[in-house]
Design a protein around this ligand. Structure first.
Ligand SMILES: [Zn+2]
Length: 68
């Protein structure tokens, strides 16, 4: 393998590792099913990593609230 090819291979591996890391961060987001306090409809809410609460607007009645 030539030096040029080795360098390209290394760059490719670094790029792949970075892409994997980006995916991992995305997977850190928590998806929860929050039940609307007004109408009881279930809403899919995406919560950022490290957060225990997320605000969402009910898809059924439009009531804005905070998930528990
Ligand atoms: Zn609702």
């Amino acid at each position: 393998m030539s030096k040029q090819a080795m360098r390209e291979e290394t760059e490719r591996l670094i790029k792949e590792a970075m892409e994997r890391k980006a995916v991992t961060i995305k997977q850190g987001d928590t998806r929860i099913e929050a039940v609307c306090g007004r109408c009881g409809a279930k809403n899919r809410v995406t919560m950022a990593k490290g957060q225990s609460r997320a605000t969402f607007t009910c898809k059924e009645c439009g009531h804005e609230q905070m998930s528990l």
